[in-house]
Write a protein that binds this ligand. Structure first.
Ligand code: BGC
Length: 764
């Protein structure tokens, strides 16, 4: 795949790259995600349509997941009785392109059929960013060697499954007015109606159509004659609605069907108009509003940032605070559409700084899922709220599956313990909310939602701490960010953040003291300020040793070291599992992902540069980056330590997780957190924009190859343009309704309109 300017290109048809292109070139709008499967079908494809928040549990032995909804992209095309398929005949030319600026996917093919007749087929498609329910396709077919009889079969196919799990009932099928096809399907457990309605229009020729219904399927067969050298254009417009849509929740199935049909008619304004409107929305929301501009010796860097912004836009269900971002966005079945800490720690900073409303909605989701979090705490015998490691619909509670990949030693699936003991998610949520508040100053959010989450999570930690023989309070039997260690005690990341969560609750309790809000909260919640304090003061947090190294947990530093060079040089993540099983890896000083180093980044003011360096030297060589979340953290830290070349190389590796040459890395979907990480590398890392405590700091660290970086950030309600070159920092407050206090390279400034700093020097 080539990434050039605003485009991702696939230059030749490669059946081994089907999954990758489907995910990396996925279309969407936060309401739905549509994998970019081809119109004609191939073995190895993974067609996918996912609608945010529509979770269903197929069977009680499984956890809920986002169901893969019916497919409407499919088109079976016969030209003079020969089936169009790129694995037969000859492909004379081929290109598939995702235009990141407009969200349009194009595929242009010149194909010579098995008996030697030439055709061009151009395919276009777009998921509207204006009407979240609308998808438009256009196909132009030109016979090159003589007239052609076209037979095209297309409709809605509900035979799609999630790797074999069929989440839908058979459902009703209906043809309206001899042209509008509709399929209604209901999820088998959560009872969500999906209504998909579609129709085709032909331009440049007449087509006859015959309707067919089959099991879970409604489709029409269209036949038309095309003259040599003339182009027949087929446009297919489709709408998707579900009973989970806020506007449709109480409609009932029949009214939802009518709504789907009415909206389809309304949206049937032609492919080109839908594309133009949608492209204008992309411009208004992103490219003219909060673009990141990179001038680098390597032009691919600029494309990587556009790629990141594109995906961060289509993965976020900003329309509904009952929904959140899945670890694979809406681009695949991976991680079942579940939400992890990836949201707060890796993706949220992007929205906080560029789309604060979306950030607020994502954190309202956490507030809305407090009942499930309280129940989880309660089930474990604790107080307050404990957020699920994996979460789905608001009242689903913990949805982490119990079994994972194969164990090469036992021959059994590896038990997944994260849902039970990876508990740092609870302070990560609190951290996300706090970050949002620090950047925006959104008091309304805090009063309605934020304080309550912070108090309830502190209460959880207060009850979760255990007194040790040393008289201190410990957190035992957990998994830290490094998931290669199960059931460990005193994980540095968890302990530091749990203590921080307690202190933050105390600070806000004191701030609210005497207010009606606090009194109201006290009526509903048990707020034990002195309990938080007495516990916070005695939490054991692993201090840096004499050499500066912070023990990742109570046993990590005494585990055996093995030669990791083979795994550090791996082409495919997780290669260590080919040689060792999970228990054996648990006995070695090897980290799946950034752990102590992430702590040092998120709590940077608490640690000296010497401690950072010592831990970098210790943990970087022992970290395999087997989670896609890891590289961006290491990139930003490398830059902080003045190692710009290393930082840039880690940035490139982070970009390659989805955009790079590995053909299988994205089959199950793109890596949402890692894509947030690409933006973090550029803006928080190279641009040096950071929230440190309640302070906004800018300390640029441009890599050698970057001449200029420009981005926008909402800071305390002001939209600020930040331009950084090797010797200048220019800031412009484009809102100008208030001022922003910030620290730039150690000097305090107040930005009201413009601020130009010349001849600064990057820290070494
Ligand atoms: C990582 C987790 C992450 C999850 C979802 C796992 O492989 O270890 O940190 O939350 O993937 O992205």
């Amino acid at each position: 795949m080539r990434a050039v300017d605003w485009l991702l290109h696939e230059d030749e048809f490669n059946p081994s790259a089907l999954g990758k292109c489907e995910a990396v070139m996925c279309l969407g709008n936060g309401y739905l995600g549509l994998r970019s499967a081809t119109e004609e079908r191939y073995i190895g494809e993974r067609r996918g349509l996912f609608v945010a928040g529509t979770f269903n549990r197929f069977h009680e032995s499984e956890v809920c997941e986002l169901p893969n909804a019916a497919d409407f992209l499919e088109m079976d095309i016969f030209l003079n009785d020969e089936k169009f398929n790129l694995q037969s005949g000859t492909v004379k030319s081929y290109s598939r392109t995702l235009n990141l600026s407009t969200g349009e996917l194009c595929r242009k093919v010149e194909w010579v059929s098995p008996i030697g007749r030439g055709y061009t087929l151009d395919f276009f498609r777009v998921v509207s960013l204006c009407d979240l329910h609308t998808i438009a396709q256009k196909v132009c077919i030109t016979p090159l060697d003589g007239n052609a009889e076209l037979s095209l079969s297309t409709g809605i196919n509900g035979q799609i499954t999630n790797s074999g799990s069929q989440h839908f009932s058979e459902g009703a099928k209906r043809l309206y007015e001899k042209k509008y096809m509709q399929l209604v399907q209901t999820t088998v457990e959560s009872n969500i109606d999906f209504v998909i309605t579609t129709h085709c229009n032909f331009y440049g020729g007449e087509a006859e159509s015959h309707i067919h219904m089959d099991r879970r399927k409604i489709f029409s067969v269209y036949t038309a004659a095309i003259n040599k050298g003339e182009c027949l254009t087929i446009e297919k417009i489709t709408t998707v609605h579900t009973s989970r849509d806020k506007a449709c929740e109480n409609l009932g199935t029949e009214a939802l069907q009518a709504h789907g049909l009415a909206n389809l008619k309304k949206q049937s304004v032609g492919y080109d108009k839908l594309l133009v409107d949608s492209a204008a929305a992309w411009k208004a929301i992103l490219w003219d509003n909060v673009p990141v501009t990179v001038e680098s010796e390597n032009p691919r860097d600029a494309t990587a940032l556009r790629f990141a912004q594109y995906h961060l836009q289509i993965m976020a269900p900003a329309h509904d605070p009952r929904m959140n971002i899945g670890a694979k966005g809406l681009s695949g079945e991976g991680y079942k559409g579940h939400t992890f800490w990836d949201t707060e720690v890796f993706a949220l900073p992007y929205y906080i700084f560029t789309q604060p409303k979306t950030a607020r909605s994502l954190e309202e989701y956490r507030y809305n899922s407090l009942p499930g979090a309280r129940e989880k705490a309660n089930l474990g015998g604790f107080k307050g709220a404990q957020f699920p490691w994996e979460s789905a619909w608001l009242d689903d509670g913990e949805v982490t599956p119990l079994w994972g990949a194969a164990d090469i030693v036992t021959g059994l699936p590896i038990p997944i313990l994260t849902g039970q003991i990876e508990i740092h998610i609870t302070c990560d949520v609190c951290y996300g909310i706090w970050q949002y508040y620090m950047a925006t100053g959104d008091e309304d959010f805090m009063e309605k939602y934020g304080y309550e989450v912070i108090f309830e999570t502190a209460t959880f930690w207060e009850s979760r701490l255990e007194e040790g023989d040393d008289g201190l309070l410990h957190i035992n039997h957990v998994i830290g960010p490094d998931e290669y260690k199960d059931g460990i005690d005193d994980d540095a990341f968890t302990n530091y953040f749990a203590r921080w969560n307690l202190y933050l609750a105390m600070e806000y309790y004191d701030k609210l003291s005497g207010t009606a809000l606090l009194e109201k909260l006290k009526e509903r919640l048990t707020l034990d300020r002195s309990g938080w304090q007495s516990k916070a003061e005695h939490v054991y947090v692993p201090a840096p040793r004499e050499d500066g190294v912070i023990p990742q947990n109570s046993t990590f530093l005494i585990l055996k070291d093995i030669d990791l060079s083979k795994y550090k040089a791996q082409k495919q993540v997780g290669s260590i599992y080919k040689d060792y099983n999970h228990d054996q890896i648990g006995q070695m000083q090897v980290c799946k992902q950034a752990d102590v180093l992430l702590l040092l980044l998120l709590m940077e003011a608490a640690f000296t540069p010497e401690v950072k360096r010592a831990n970098w030297n210790y943990y970087e060589p022992r970290t395999l980056h087997d989670s896609s979340l890891s590289l961006s953290t290491h990139c930003i830290l490398a830059g902080d330590m003045g190692d710009y070349a290393e930082a840039y190389s880690l940035f490139e590796r982070a970009c390659n997780i989805d955009m790079g040459p590995n053909l299988n890395s994205s089959n199950d979907g793109i890596h949402a957190g890692s894509i947030g990480g690409i933006w973090q590398c550029a803006v928080l890392g190279f641009g040096g924009l950071r929230l440190v405590g309640d302070k906004i700091r800018i300390e640029p660290k441009l890599p050698e190859s970057w001449r200029r970086l420009e981005f926008y950030a909402f800071l305390k309600g002001q939209k600020v343009r930040i331009e950084i070159t090797k010797d200048k920092i220019n800031l412009e407050n484009t809102t100008r309704t208030g001022e922003v206090k910030l620290e730039i390279n150690g000097i305090e400034h107040v930005l009201t309109d413009m601020l130009n700093i010349d001849n600064y020097s990057q820290p070494i």
